[in-house]
Design a protein around this ligand. Sequence first.
Ligand SMILES: Cc1cc2nc3c(=O)[nH]c(=O)nc-3n(C[C@H](O)[C@H](O)[C@H](O)COP(=O)(O)O)c2cc1C
Ligand SMILES: CCCCC(=O)C(=O)O
Length: 364
Amino acid sequence: MAGEPVNVNEFQELARQSLPKMYYDYYTGGAEDQHTLKENVKSFRRIIIQPRVLVDVSKIDMSTTILGHKTSAPIMIAPTAMHKLAHHEGEVATARGAAACDVIMGLSYMSTCTVEEVASSCNAVRFFQIYVYKRRDITALMVHRAEKNGFGAIILTADTPRLGRREADIKNKMIAPQLKNFEGLISTEYVSDKGSNIEALAAGTFDASLCWKDIEWLKSITKLPILIKGVLTSEDAIKAIEVGVAGIIVSNHGARQLDYAPATISVLEEVVHAVQGKVPVFFDGGVRRGTDIFKALALGAKAVLIGRAVIYGLAAKGELGVKQVIQMLKDEFELTMALSGCCSVDDITRSHVKTEKGRFICRM
Ligand SMILES: Cc1cc2nc3c(=O)[nH]c(=O)nc-3n(C[C@H](O)[C@H](O)[C@H](O)COP(=O)(O)O)c2cc1C
Ligand SMILES: CCCCC(=O)C(=O)O
């Protein structure tokens, strides 16, 4: 590739060139046939934007509020594991990149830098993602560490009672390193003769019995607002509201868990309808362009989370790459707003996009 990268796909190519195959495959891959992985991206392509013209778009305001926190754009960093495998500064570099762009970062429970290292790296709003370990005392301790270190919310990932079958990780015998957060508490270093060591780590530590009633337990150990990540149906959205969560993240874990789960953008609207505005609905999966962000907002998302695109920036150029990827997505989103006749995020409405279903109905 000649010159500087001009879009997220070019950052992906840079990441591919700079990473060992085992790590690149881990970051980029999905489950089994990778059907959902392809659909997450392709489903965006089937949604058409319906712009309005002759609107005064000389000033565009992308800013919004997420759980009471003002942020420069409806963009957050999705929690993704083990950033030190992408860049030696790990999550500290990601946190600094996010802070420089004034967007909220989700820190993964499976991070390679500690909660304290990330918290002290820069001043910014951050949310903490958790898995629930069989050793609940360890999860409770992590929640308290996040609370003590100023994190603004807990993201409970609900779609991972077991790890999805990621065939590249099986072939590569993907490593499961000791994660610094858990040093002296529990070993995360797993070696399996079956293939993926991170699969063995999840099988050994994650509590597959976790269910809706356990939200009460989580609420009893923290005052922080709780977001549920991994909702894909109206039924689960209604249950999430019943148990009193502060928000829902429509996500299929970047297509790394259940293959043939729906592309997230195809179910966003169903969830938004079920929620009836009671809590904010966030979205992730397949966002690679500013137009994707616009489409998700038009279908009712309050903000989107960015997973792989940020890792590609980190792998290519560390903190600077994270900053450039977020800035690129912000610039693309701002231009999309201008060319669609929307001056603020509240101006983006359902009538700004046409989905396949909508096009079909129009033709009848
Ligand atoms: C390499 C990688 C690691 C991930 N690790 C986590 C994790 O530790 N916790 C979590 O809740 N989600 C994790 N996710 C899922 C992301 O939070 C997010 O749902 C997904 O990446 C969004 O899709 P995208 O990559 O297409 O943007 C991970 C995703 C990737 C690609
Ligand atoms: C056991 C590590 C799980 C991290 C994760 O969520 C992912 O790779 O998708």
